[in-house]
Design a protein around this ligand. Sequence first.
Ligand code: SF4
Ligand code: SF4
Length: 349
Amino acid sequence: MSDWSKADWVDPALGWVPKPVDRLPKRVLIDFATRCNLRCPMCPVWGSDDQEAIDKVKGLLSVENARRILDEVAAATPLVQPVLYGEPLLIPDVAERIRDMKSRGMTVAINTNGVALSAQMARDIIAAGVDSIFVSLDAVDPATFVKVRGVDKLEAIEANILRLLAERGRRSSPRVGVSFTITDANRAETDAFVERWCGVIDCLRTGLVFQDGTFPDMAVDKERETCPALYSTMPVHHDGSVTICCLDGFRETTVGNILEEGAEAVWNGEAFAKVRYYHETGQWEKVPFCTNCNGWLWHDFDEEIRDGLLIRRSPQMTYYNRIDRLENWQGPLLGNHSPDLGALRDPTA
Ligand code: SF4
Ligand code: SF4
């Protein structure tokens, strides 16, 4: 870890004692392909009206560069999500890329819109060893799906999810889930969504939407803290540029380039250290992308066990985990939680 406490941008009057930062991040998001087969209105990138800005960020990571990046971060055996603002099933030879990650000992989690989740695709990515697949659905009513996703494909995607479950069969892995981002267009269907999918899949997630630099529906009931994402997660865009946050699709907060400088140099570099310094000393206005954001609160989870479910709630999202399917909730997918699986299955034991 580099010591930036004496840098010339540090105000000694603030008595800054830097929080420890790991040599490499525990979670790495890599946009192998910044391309998508949908144009969801709420998407921070593809929902934008600024086509020029979209054209600037879209593109593909080459196989050679993808392997270089994986080699750079492999020592930390991070959780890797091969997606930021792209649809992961559109990554060329996606099963091969998953094998690249698995052969380096990494846990691989995919968030997909499910459009391209054909039977063959399901078989290929399961065989490649993907650990977790979450499908964003955001609706139970096909008409609502059209509003939030822009296409009439709800029933086809639901069929894809059920076929994925069938392809997985009785195996414990991959973990299969569905997610629902709550917006004005679908808010009334939130309970129906939970009812529809609880018990069918391993896990479902509901979450609040990010809009205009914040989560407008998220209540903040405590004093602002340093954002935990700055210490756990490295978002890498397809050109190797690293931003401070996964919410930054247009790369306003680039702090370096992993292909030019290396992962450790960027993660512990001066630009990233400055952002952490401003957070740790409460100078939020010095990080414009973070100034009005309440996302620092989304990692605070409470837990409840009810009706065979482990329900984990933060101000921003709720996970409903089937307790009888918790065996595939492993390693870095635990999200700072170390459950006693035996006790969860039988809380009276
Ligand atoms: S599927 Fe995801 S990446 Fe694609 S437009 Fe919708 S929100 Fe954006
Ligand atoms: S405060 Fe918000 S924008 Fe800043 S790093 Fe955290 S989640 Fe991202």
